[in-house]
Design a binder for this molecule. Structure first.
Ligand SMILES: Nc1ncnc2c1ncn2[C@@H]1O[C@H](COP(=O)(O)OP(=O)(O)O)[C@@H](O)[C@H]1O
Ligand SMILES: [Mg+2]
Length: 391
């Protein structure tokens, strides 16, 4: 197949900056170009607003060539890899319309409908219950009043309040009820504060205040079951798994990392200085009685099963980033999944201290492979689409 037949377009926000036109995604996109080159795929980055409604053969694109980003007209892509993050935190109706429209013209690495469902935490939770996977239950799809809150805490002792659409770990609050003698005390933990209250009314007030602080409406939040996360040296952690496919068959596990908290309410996002660790090291060195490898295998099996379950409903999916929690009883929970998984964690482990050279090289390679796989999968989609057109 000749190179000009395999055209992948990446959707990204374009910034008015010569050497970093895609902000923090620039290096990632640059690596996409070197991968595409190796497997003879024609690649361009597009601003989704600029390729919409174009009936012409050619559209505006940006390519990386000889160390420079160059804007030029390129043929309309056959396959789109969506790396566009909305400026709006929440449901971006205009953007969804664009995705739908583009979805009618070409194929996506991840089906837009799948991406839409998994970014809404309420819809995602409903899906998990239906599929029969362990995922924290949602008690309410808005911030509740003091009466409802008191009821929930009496029943569950602890709940988590958080935005329905993820904000990279921001806006998450854990509320716990403690029994002190004959009365209740409430502990509200945010990213950077811990507040103690004696009445549910105060707690509800804090939640409303936090919503305002986040410039969000009460209905943009939800109240979720709080998972009693296991700790590594007294710190919470979560497990991130990247699974991808390059063609039909079973998806592969590309990489797995551990994100460790700094001691506050949540496991912080890597952009906020979160710590990343090597799971083989963490799990292997952790306890005497549990085999770390077995645990990693259990995580892999769950992710694999969920990947296949999603594909049953939405068709072929190119990649999924899984966010898992392990509780103190060793139960694995699916907290969320990302249809636009990042590669930061691999990069961190590749360049960080504390790992030996071989291990660091392995993570650098994992990052490379994780990008190459997208290009390979995209190429397979292009071929499929061309075959369909011919027949
Ligand atoms: N229900 C929960 N129980 C325990 N910890 C939670 C819960 N929800 C979120 N967290 C903590 O907050 C972090 C971020 O939550 P997440 O739902 O992934 O938000 P975001 O989409 O902003 O990344 C998790 O990694 C975890 O440490
Ligand atoms: Mg998350």
């Amino acid at each position: 197949m000749n190179k000009h037949c395999c055209r992948i377009g990446i959707l990204s926000r374009v910034l008015p900056c010569q050497n970093k036109p895609f902000g923090s995604q620039t290096l990632f996109l640059q690596t996409c170009f070197s991968s595409a080159e190796r497997i003879s795929v024609e690649l361009a980055v597009h601003d989704p607003w600029k390729i919409l409604n174009r009936e012409e053969e050619e559209v505006e694109g940006i390519v990386f060539s000889r160390g420079k980003w160059i804007a030029k007209m390129v043929p309309f892509p056959l396959v789109l890899y969506d790396r566009y993050y909305s400026e709006i935190s929440g449901f971006d109706q205009r953007l969804e319309r664009i995705r739908d429209e583009l979805g009618r013209k070409c194929m996506f690495v991840n089906p837009p409908e799948f991406s839409r469902i998994v970014t809404n935490k309420v819809e995602f939770s409903v899906k998990m219950q239906r599929y029969g996977f362990h995922s924290p239950v949602i008690y309410a799809d808005r911030i509740v009043n003091e009466k409802e809150l008191a009821c929930l805490l009496t029943r569950h002792q602890a709940v988590v309040a958080k935005p329905v659409y993820g904000r990279m770990g921001r806006g998450i609050v854990r509320i716990e009820q403690d029994r002190i003698g004959t009365r209740n005390e409430y502990r509200v933990r945010t990213e950077n504060r811990e507040i103690r209250c004696s009445r549910p009314m105060e707690v509800a007030g804090i939640l409303r205040h936090l919503a305002r602080e986040q410039v969000m409406a009460v209905k943009d939040f939800m109240i979720q079951e709080s998972i009693d996360i296991e700790r590594i040296r007294n710190r919470w952690y979560d497990v991130r798994v990247l699974m991808q496919r390059t063609r039909p068959g079973s998806p592969d596990l590309t990489g797995m990392v551990i994100r460790v908290s700094n001691g506050t309410v949540t496991v912080p996002n890597l952009d906020q200085g979160g710590l990343v660790m090597d799971p083989e090291f963490c799990f292997g060195a952790m306890t005497e009685n549990k085999s770390g490898m077995e645990r990693m295998e259990k995580c892999r099996r769950i992710c694999n099963a969920l990947y296949l379950r999603f594909e049953e409903e939405y068709g072929d999916i190119g990649e999924i980033g899984f966010d898992l929690l392990i509780d103190r009883k060793d139960k694995i929970w699916i907290l969320e999944i990302n249809s636009k998984p990042g590669r930061w964690a691999f990069w961190r482990l590749a360049s960080g201290f504390g790992l030996d050279g071989d291990r660091r090289r392995m993570y650098a390679e994992t990052r490379m492979i994780s990008i190459e796989k997208v290009m390979q999968y995209g190429r397979w989609l292009c071929e499929k689409s061309l075959n369909e057109k011919e027949n």
